[in-house]
Design a protein around this ligand. Structure first.
Ligand code: HEM
Ligand SMILES: *[C@@H]1O[C@H](CO)[C@@H](O)[C@H](O)[C@H]1NC(C)=O
Ligand SMILES: *[C@@H]1O[C@H](CO)[C@@H](O)[C@H](O)[C@H]1NC(C)=O
Ligand SMILES: *[C@@H]1O[C@H](CO)[C@@H](O)[C@H](O)[C@H]1NC(C)=O
Length: 319
C-alpha cells in the first residue's frame, strides 16, 4: 500500500519533472546520510593524519579542489591520471609539477571504499577534503553540499585556458571568475586561500625581479632562494609569516605590497578591490564568512548529478 508520503512525492514528481529525473538536481549535505553515514568522519580523520604529517597538505588539497571546479565543473576530472591512451588535466601548464595531494585523496578513497563500497564519488571526497584542509589549518568549517558524480572525461585544453595565471591583471581575474559565475568579491575572498601553502620560484620570479608595486625588503628576501635564472622549483611560503595558518595574513601582506604573485598584488593596487582587501585584513570573521560563501558557490559549478557520470572505484582511473 502506497503511503501518504509516497503519494505526495509522486504528485510532486509529476508537477516538478526536473527534480525527479535528476536533471538540474541539487546537491545536498545529507546526500550520503544513509548510504555512508561515516563518510565525514573518515575524510576528517584521514585529512587530520595527512596535515599532521605535512601541514602544507591542507593547502595542496584546497588548490586541487579549485583546479577541479574551474575546469568543466567539480567532477573529479583533475584526479584522472594520464595513460598511454588518455591525456588528462594533470599535464596542463597550471597543474604540471605543481598540483599535489593525489596520494592523500587515494588514501581517503580507499578508506571510504572499505566502509561504503562504490557509493561516494571522488568529486565529493575532494570537496570534503578541501573543507577539512581549511579547518585543520585554523580556518572556518561549513556543511558541504554533496551528490556530485565523477567525470568520465577530462580536458587538458580547458585546464590550460580556464585557470588564471599568476601574471594575470585584476580585470583578467575578475572576468575569469565571472565566467564561472563568481563575483569580484568571491574572487577576492577565494584568493585568501593563498594565506596557506607554498609556491615555486618560477611562478613569482618576474614579480620579485621586475614589478614595481612590491616591498623592496620582501623582494630581496625572496630573491635569496629564487635566483634570476635556475632554481625554478625552489619553494617560498605564499603568506610569508604564517603559511600553515588560515588567517588574514594574506590580506595584511597585500597592504604592504608583500603579495607573492603579481595576481595577488593586483587585488590591492589602487583598484576596485582595495577596500575589501583592507576590510578582510583586519576582520577575520568577515573574510571567513565571505570565503565560505564563495567556496559553496565554487563547489556548485556544473556538478554531474543523477545518472550522469559515474562513481569511480579508483579516483585516478575511469571505471
Ligand atoms: C585568483 C587567481 C589565482 C591564481 C592566479 C593562483 C595561482 C597560484 C599559483 C601560481 C600557485 C603556486 C603554484 C606552484 O608553485 O606551482 C598557487 C598556489 C596555491 N593556490 Fe592559487 N591561484 C589563484 C586562486 C586560488 C584559489 C581560488 C584557491 C582556492 C580556493 C587557491 C589555492 C591555492 C593554494 C592553497 C596554493 C598553495 C598550494 C600548495 O602549497 O600546494 N588559489 N596559486
Ligand atoms: C565492491 O562491490 C563490487 C560489486 O558491486 C564487488 O565486485 C567488489 O568486490 C566489492 N569490493 C569490496 C572491497 O568489497
Ligand atoms: C625583467 O624585465 C627585463 C626587461 O623587460 C627582462 O629582460 C627580464 O628577463 C625580466 N626578468 C625577469 C626575471 O622576468
Ligand atoms: C596608489 O597610488 C598612490 C598615489 O598615486 C601611490 O602613492 C601608491 O603607491 C599606489 N599604489 C598603491 C598600492 O597604493
Amino acid at each position: 500500500m502506497a503511503s501518504r508520503m509516497q503519494m505526495i512525492l509522486a504528485v510532486f514528481c509529476m508537477i516538478s519533472i526536473l527534480s525527479c529525473t535528476g536533471i538540474n538536481a541539487q546537491l545536498s549535505a545529507s546526500f550520503y546520510g544513509r548510504s555512508c553515514p561515516n563518510l565525514q568522519a573518515i575524510v576528517r580523520s584521514t585529512m587530520r593524519q595527512a596535515v599532521i604529517k605535512e601541514p602544507r597538505m591542507g593547502a595542496s588539497i584546497l588548490r586541487l579542489f579549485f583546479h577541479d571546479c574551474f575546469v568543466n565543473g567539480c567532477d573529479g576530472s583533475i584526479l584522472l591520471d594520464d595513460t598511454s591512451t588518455f591525456t588528462g588535466e594533470q599535464s596542463a601548464l597550471p597543474n604540471k609539477n605543481s598540483v599535489r595531494g593525489f596520494d592523500v585523496i587515494d588514501t581517503i578513497k580507499a578508506n571510504v571504499e572499505a566502509a561504503c563500497n562504490s557509493t561516494v564519488s571522488c568529486a565529493d571526497i575532494l570537496a570534503l577534503a578541501a573543507r577539512d584542509g581549511v579547518f585543520l589549518l585554523g580556518g572556518p568549517t561549513w556543511a558541504v553540499p554533496l551528490g556530485r558524480r565523477d567525470a568520465t572525461t577530462a580536458s587538458l585544453s580547458a585546464a590550460n585556458t580556464n585557470l588564471p595565471a599568476p601574471t594575470a591583471s585584476l580585470s583578467t581575474l575578475i572576468s575569469m571568475f565571472a565566467a564561472k559565475g563568481l563575483t569580484a568579491r568571491d574572487m577576492t575572498a577565494l584568493s585568501g586561500a593563498h594565506t596557506i601553502g607554498q609556491a615555486r620560484c618560477v611562478t613569482f620570479r618576474t614579480r620579485i625581479y621586475n614589478d614595481t608595486d612590491i616591498n623592496g625588503n620582501f623582494a630581496a628576501t625572496r630573491k635569496t632562494t629564487c635566483p634570476a635564472s635556475g632554481g625554478d622549483d625552489n619553494l617560498a611560503p605564499i603568506d610569508l609569516q604564517t603559511p600553515d595558518r588560515f588567517d588574514s595574513g594574506y590580506y595584511q601582506n597585500l597592504l604592504t605590497q608583500r603579495g607573492l604573485f603579481h595576481s595577488d598584488q593586483e587585488l590591492f593596487n589602487n583598484g576596485s578591490q582595495d577596500s575589501l582587501v583592507r576590510a578582510y585584513s583586519n576582520n577575520f570573521g568577515l573574510f571567513a564568512s565571505d570565503f565560505v560563501a564563495a567556496m559553496l558557490k565554487m563547489g556548485n559549478i556544473s556538478p554531474l548529478t543523477g545518472s550522469n557520470g559515474e562513481i569511480r572505484k579508483n579516483c585516478g582511473v575511469i571505471n
